[in-house]
Design a protein around this ligand. Structure first.
Ligand SMILES: [Zn+2]
Length: 776
């Protein structure tokens, strides 16, 4: 296995490191306050773990093509010339400092270290006399996202100080924290941190400063920072606050906490776990465990993504397209699981880490590391971008990748723990001081064989814990004698001597997951830990439209799934695989062989992809897919409203006004439905929505062919709009349903309403992405 691309520039690292232990390893500057709760599993300093497989390739790409190349003057621009170009522009520099510090510790890259030193110093120079280090003008202070920017500056600078040993930014950090302590609190004259005037999302954005305030308390020992953390807990529980802890302790779903904004809430929870570690306040851990269970049970996509339109939504309300799985949520979900893994030592959290890392996180990162997707949907195109403007996720994704070496292979009080299987080496120090080197050879997840060579200076007894994944039905470990513990790990405990080798064979098998709820009537295929997807680029040559591509069967045996080496254009790493599958068209009768690709690499060439596939010959849950669509006016966009693709929309634009517009689907045979769903199209400057000032859009049916249109209800949750303003549709959901108490039979259905004119009153039009009907 070629790991030569991993750069070891230890000399450069040593020049500035806080303290060097064996073989040039970095020892972080110790914290002054010990934690009340000891970690059950350790966080590793990233130089201990060098990954060289698929994860290693992505880690190297993250550093070389994103973190080192970044234009740091762009990161600092909003601080040097206030105000920043938009309200949360200040977050990027702290997020970069965090990711780049971890990446530098991992590689020792001197160029990255130089950039870190320069940027940390330059950021501190932008601090104002009173400690303010946000991007707002004085008159606009503490009005939206500037506490948030202080949060990331603290996270970035504290991480930088601990790993580099350069404490120059400490004064700036304390002045920032002191300003926050002085400004916010529940004493007379202080501002309320969770007030809507200070920050959005019911105070969850601003109060997520909890995490670095805990870290700064432990780093400095200054009790006033801990007092501020306790103030945040009180602020959360005010009547107008997000009530994070109390609601979670009462087993309310995360969709009932605050305003359900996923990134901000998970950021708060990560702070709560840091506080629990520090003080031992058990209710904080319990609240977080309840949140974790709720998310895993009700709110995760197959790839480990969470959130739609950035919110935790109702149970199983997981639409496939558009605003799926914000990458900031992916990364904070990763951090949340990594925190819980440290605190509990339970393999179930590592299981979720594997799922989100190998699928959603790698799927959000462009394989060459240069760009990231904001929303990374289950169906559509990957929206890779490398422009920071308006792209919070572009500075979150690299943090997720840079964190991988901190938990992939680790230690606990019994010995070593292998959480993620990637080729590479780990130079670990066990709790009794024993130095252990693990060398892992594998092509996982392309192959299920993992060889771990153990090297220890003296023969010594300790445990090596392996995570046998929950999806794996058959595994074999040599040497024999492994036992499965209550923590979910399979443990080999013995006297190890140099040259001992563990061989773990995980049988990788295809699995077919049948869809439910919004994905009823479809299925998706997994192979080992990988979620597979169809990619339009792999259909070239087949006489099948991408929309019609279906799985031939639902039994894995009938699908004939087999992995093959990927051809050169799909070879993003040494073990890259494509998977052959027996396919058919949606209506069946045209069998052919198709190829699927891991979600992480799907859409990488700019093509369309989809995770959930129809099952040949089986009716889809949406009853309108085989109907004929029509609309009041032809419009100027060549999409479709019944192609199961919400991204292909239609409009009624013809440059003229109209009193009413409608979008219809007509069927050959009557169907019986209880639910009609309208997915709105796009809000343009000059229309595209329904004006609801005189009433909500109505749902009408024809009970028999060419019969009269009969109104059966309206889209009650369609937002309030006017002819000129449709903004509510931009920021709220775009899926509106009419639920019927009894099934209704019809041969045609339509949604009808008043078109809007936007900024051009001489015309009006509306748009629609999809019209659907369901039996239940
Ligand atoms: Zn984001």
């Amino acid at each position: 296995m070629d790991t030569s691309f991993i750069k070891y520039i230890i000399v450069g690292a040593l020049l500035h490191s806080a303290a060097a232990t064996m073989a040039g390893q970095i020892t972080p500057v110790p914290e002054k306050v010990p934690c009340v709760v000891s970690d059950r599993q350790d966080i590793q300093v990233p130089d201990r773990v060098q990954l060289g497989g698929w994860l290693g390739a992505r880690i190297a790409a993250n550093e070389a093509n994103r973190l080192v190349r970044i234009d740091t003057s762009r990161l600092l621009e909003g601080y040097r010339k206030r105000p920043g170009r938009q309200t949360w522009d200040g977050e990027h520099v702290g997020k970069w400092l965090h990711a780049a510090t971890l990446a530098w510790v991992n590689t020792g890259d001197a160029a990255l270290r130089a950039k870190l030193d320069e940027t940390a110093a330059a950021l501190c120079e932008c601090q104002l006399e009173d400690g303010y280090l946000g991007t707002y003008l004085e008159k606009d202070r503490w009005t939206a996202w500037d506490v948030w920017a202080h949060k990331y500056n603290l996270i970035g600078l504290v991480t930088y100080m601990r790993y580099t040993g350069n404490l120059a930014p400490l004064a700036a950090c304390q002045r920032m924290a002191d300003l926050l302590c002085k400004t916010f609190g529940d004493a007379p004259g202080q501002l309320d941190l969770v007030s809507s005037k200070v920050g959005g999302h019911m105070g969850m954005a601003s109060s997520s400063v909890l995490e670095p305030m805990v870290l700064l308390y432990r780093f400095t020992g200054e009790k006033r920072y801990l007092d501020f953390c306790h103030y945040i807990l009180r602020a959360w529980e005010q009547p107008h606050g997000p009530q994070i802890v109390s609601r979670l302790l009462a087993h309310q779903g995360v969709n009932q906490v605050g305003n359900a904004k996923a990134y901000e809430m998970l950021s708060c929870l990560n702070g709560a776990l840091e506080l629990y570690r520090t003080t031992g306040d058990r209710k904080l851990l319990d609240a977080c465990l309840n949140a974790w269970q709720d998310i895993v049970d009700h709110r995760l996509y197959p790839t480990g993504a969470a959130s739609y339109r950035e919110l935790f939504r109702d149970d199983f309300d997981l639409p496939e397209s558009n605003n799926v799985g914000e990458t900031c949520v992916t990364v904070t979900w990763l951090q949340f699981n990594a925190q819980l893994l440290r605190l509990t030592g339970e393999a179930r959290f590592a299981e979720q880490l594997e799922r989100v890392v190998l699928n959603q996180l790698l799927g959000a990162q462009k394989p060459d590391g240069s760009a990231w997707g904001y929303y990374v949907q289950m169906k559509g195109k990957k929206p890779y971008s490398s422009t920071l403007d308006g792209h919070c996720c572009l500075s979150s994704g690299p943090r997720g990748i840079a964190l991988l070496p901190t938990f992939a292979i680790s230690t606990d009080r019994d010995g070593a723990v292998v959480n993620l299987f990637d080729a590479g080496t780990a130079n670990l120090t066990l709790h009794d001081g024993t130095a252990v080197n693990l060398k892992i050879e594998t092509l996982y997840p392309a192959e299920g064989r993992i060889r771990i060579a153990v090297d220890s200076h003296q023969e010594s007894e300790f445990s090596i814990k392996l995570r046998v994944p929950a999806w794996c039905n058959e595994s074999r470990i040599t040497p024999e004698g492994a036992t499965r513990g209550a923590d979910g790990y399979t443990t080999l405990r013995r006297k190890w001597k140099s040259g001992d080798v563990i061989q773990l064979d995980l049988t990788l098998e295809p699995r077919v997951v049948i869809g439910d709820h919004l994905c009823e009537g479809k299925a998706h295929v997994c192979y080992g830990p990988l979620v597979l997807a169809a990619d339009e680029a792999l259909l070239a040559g087949a006489d099948v439209r991408f929309e019609n591509l279906a799985l031939a069967k639902t039994a894995p045996d009938g699908l004939g799934i087999a992995g093959h080496d990927a051809p050169p254009e799909w070879r993003t790493w040494l073990g890259a695989r494509l998977f052959q599958v027996n396919a058919d068209t949606r209506k069946g009768g045209t069998p052919f062989t198709a190829r699927l690709v891991p979600f992480a690499d799907a859409g990488a060439t700019g093509s369309r992809y989809k995770v959930w596939l129809p099952i040949a010959g089986r009716p889809m849950a949406n009853l309108l897919l085989d109907g004929t669509e029509s609309r009041s006016r032809q419009g100027n966009v060549a999409g479709s409203i019944n192609d199961d693709d919400p991204q292909s929309l239609v409009t009624t634009f013809d440059g003229k006004p109209a009193a009413e517009d409608w979008f219809a689907v007509t069927l050959d045979q009557p169907v019986s439905a209880r639910r009609v769903v309208f997915l709105s199209g796009k809000v343009y400057h000059d229309g595209g929505w329904f004006d609801t000032s005189a009433g909500k859009p109505r749902v009408q049916i024809q009970r028999a062919s060419d019969g009269p249109w009969e109104t059966i209800g309206e889209l009650a949750n369609y937002p309030a709009t006017t002819a000129t303003h449709g903004d509510a549709l931009k920021h709220l959901q775009n899926r509106f349903a009419l639920e019927l108490s009894e099934p209704v039979s019809f041969t045609a259905v339509r949604v009808i309403g008043v078109p809007a004119s936007g900024d051009n009153p001489r015309q009006a039009f509306s748009s629609c992405a999809e019209l659907q009907a369901f039996a239940r």
